[in-house]
Design a protein around this ligand. Structure first.
Ligand SMILES: *Cc1c(COP(=O)(O)O)cnc(C)c1O
Length: 391
């Protein structure tokens, strides 16, 4: 282990699936004196952001911004729409779906948590079946983690929407997009999502500390009837204050500068180009993994995430040992296996502000680490990825 007081030349390679690398433009945008959050300058900044952020959610619905981790917006989605004892339908796609389920249970919601193997996404067929069987409409909401960051699984949100529609069921639809928003296609409006949950530190290239709820008119109706306790995360006071661009408390002003700049960057590149870039880097990563002869945790190709790849290490090997070797020797951080897949997978984040050479650096570090770790693998993943990227 390198001593922490030893200078490590070159930049640390942050290849975890969030927080992601913060572009210099965003860092610089934050270096600004404090301002009066009840004055006209903040009001301008805030009104501008509240308008622009809707383009990222592809939504005309209001988007509220909390000064909190993404977990706060997950809690807000529940507390603002549901009542004690309400039945909700969720899928065990991995760690973050499990966390959302636990939050729901702490709120005394009655969660039907469809068990999963952490290798597959939310199944639209199960959604349709469960909703059809629910003749009395006891299920109040269907909750899906769009991009399960712990397993690299993309759930088919549009297909789940279709399943809810074909069962002709009135349940609310809530989606956690913390690690897909701004990385691959998501459409709050078109997919008729009632509450979309977002966070600042993944595809949005900002520091951690801001979280989002995009709120449909149907979710606002549900808010009026919801009896769960809410205070800090109450939508009502937030929306009321937001009408004039203000907040019910001191907002994270400097993070707003960051968000403003980051959204501009995404719009300058063009969202569809951002999505293509992520797809290309995900494909290159998958080509490298397949060449190494290692297995991607996500079983179904269609469910493989474009923002993070979770890679299994063979039985008898410890993925955290590989991560340690790579950290110590190449000054690179890779995502650890969380919860049920601890020690079994490592995760490559290919999300946010990166280009071909950034990804090539990451894949090189992995291939060198594999060699040193004693994990059996075939050489040449990096070359196969470079071939793909230079086609
Ligand atoms: C990162 C992440 C979270 C948690 O976000 P925090 O900011 O750490 O609270 C939740 N869900 C998903 C899908 C995530 O990627």
């Amino acid at each position: 282990m390198t001593k922490s007081n030893t200078y490590k030349a070159g930049r640390h390679f942050l290849s975890v699936p969030g927080p992601t690398n913060i572009p210099d433009r965003v860092l610089r945008a934050m270096a600004f004196p404090a301002m009066d959050h009840r004055g006209p300058d903040f009001q301008n900044l805030s009104n501008n952001i509240l308008k622009k952020i809707k383009l990222i959610f592809k939504s005309e619905d209001p988007v509220v911004i909390f000064p909190s981790a993404g977990t706060g917006a997950m809690e807000a989605s529940l507390a603002n729409t549901l009542s004690e004892g309400d039945k909700i339908l969720m899928f065990e796609t991995g760690h973050f779906a499990t966390e959302w389920c636990q939050a729901a249970r702490r709120y005394k919601l009655n969660v039907d948590f469809v068990p999963g193997d952490w290798r597959t996404g939310a199944d639209p067929k199960i959604v349709e079946k469960k909703l059809r069987e629910d003749k009395n409409h006891e299920i109040k909401a269907v909750l899906v983690t769009h991009n399960e960051t712990s397993t690299g699984i993309k759930s088919q949100v549009e297909e789940v929407r279709k399943a809810i529609d074909s069962a002709n069921h009135p349940a609310l639809f809530m989606v956690d997009t913390i690690s897909s928003l701004g990385s691959y296609d998501y459409n709050h409006q078109k997919w008729k999502v009632d509450v979309t949950v977002g966070g600042s530190q993944k595809g949005l290239m900002c520091p951690p500390g801001l979280s989002f709820n995009a709120i449909s008119p149907k979710a606002l109706e549900a808010y009026k009837k919801s009896n769960l306790t809410k205070s800090y995360f109450d939508w009502g006071q937030m929306l009321e204050n937001n009408k004039s661009g203000f907040y019910p408390y001191t907002p994270a002003v400097n993070l707003f500068y960051a968000l403003n700049e980051a959204v501009d960057m995404l719009l300058e590149e063009g969202l569809e180009n951002v999505f293509k870039r992520h797809r290309r880097h995900a494909d290159a990563t998958r080509i490298a993994v397949e060449t190494w002869g290692l297995e991607i945790l996500a079983k179904n190709p269609i469910e493989r995430s474009d923002s993070i790849t979770a890679i299994m290490v063979p039985d008898g090997h410890d993925s955290d040992n590989l991560r340690k070797i790579i950290y110590d020797n190449y000054n690179m951080s890779l995502g650890t296996g969380l919860n049920k897949v601890k020690g079994k997978v490592f995760r490559i984040g290919h999300m946010g502000d990166l280009n071909d050479l950034t990804l090539a650096g990451t894949l090189s570090g992995v291939e060198m680490g594999l060699k040193q770790s004693g994990i059996p693998f075939k050489k040449g993943g990096i070359m196969a990825a470079l071939d793909f990227l230079s086609k």
